[in-house]
Design a protein around this ligand. Structure first.
Ligand code: ZN
Ligand code: ZN
Length: 256
């Protein structure tokens, strides 16, 4: 399962997947206005404009940004969308400090040793830097993802701490060819490509970027319980075989 190449692709009738430097964000073309799930890297802007055009929308139409978590590689466009178009940003309260300072995150293991131990990850990490990974600015104002009013956004948060303390996956009822399909945006709670090791297939992210790996493993139960058919991760290709199988596989391979 190769990670997707840079670009925009339609994954369901109303979800566009945007990939830059092995990092994904998604545009949901919801009835009340398009919603951005995670905000990628600063270099993701051209892809966002392309996805908006796909749905006949503009940046000013974006109803909300929903963050699975506030690591720098998921908040890259928050600042410009908020400043230029007053787009509201939703995040779990436990990640609010991270949204202000997207590089001040807790992690269990020394980050620098990973590129040495996993040289396969190095080209990907260099591409992240080229896409602006070192120049992300945080923002202060935000809305609490869990306290959001009914109807303010079209997703159901699934609290899944571990990768960060406020991580939430997001459920969304989408469709393919008009037939209903349950989608789960898994953020970095469950990915199919780990940027820190270069390993592929369903897994949790390495301890280099994870606050509490054991907690993250326990949170996988919450993802499995959704029984979502299609998993859309923060890194790597879409997973089409369902949440239960993805979680079983992630548990089997363990964490680096
Ligand atoms: Zn992350
Ligand atoms: Zn990430």
């Amino acid at each position: 399962m190769a990670p997707p190449r840079d670009g925009v692709r339609l994954v369901t009738d109303d979800i566009a997947m945007m990939t830059r430097a092995n990092t994904n964000c998604y545009l949901v073309n919801a009835a009340a206005g398009p919603v951005l799930i995670d905000a990628g890297l600063p270099g993701s802007r051209r892809l966002l404009d392309e996805a908006l055009t796909m749905f006949g929308r503009r940046a000013g139409d974006i109803a909300a940004v929903l963050l699975t978590h506030a690591h720098f590689d998921h908040v890259g466009l928050c600042r410009s969308l908020h400043d230029e178009h007053a787009v509201p940003v939703y995040v779990h309260e436990s990640d609010a400090a991270l949204l202000r300072h997207p590089y001040r995150y807790a992690h269990e293991s020394v980050r620098l040793k990973y590129p040495l131990r996993y040289p396969a990850a190095l080209p990907g990490l260099i591409r992240m830097v080229a896409a602006g990974a070192l120049g992300v600015r945080g923002i202060e104002p935000h809305y609490d993802l869990l306290a959001a009013d009914e109807g303010s956004h079209p997703c159901t948060p699934v609290f899944s701490p571990g990768h960060t303390y406020g991580h939430c996956a997001l459920r969304y009822a989408s469709s393919r060819g008009g037939a209903p399909v349950e989608v789960l945006f898994t953020g970095d709670a469950l990915v199919t490509y780990d940027p820190y090791t270069g390993k592929r297939g369903p897994r949790t992210v390495a301890r280099a970027a994870t606050a509490d790996a054991d907690l993250g493993f326990r949170s996988l139960d919450a993802l499995a319980r959704t029984r979502a058919q299609v998993l859309l991760p923060g890194h790597g290709a879409a997973y089409e075989h369902g949440a239960v199988r993805a979680v079983t596989e992630a548990r089997r391979v363990g964490v680096d």
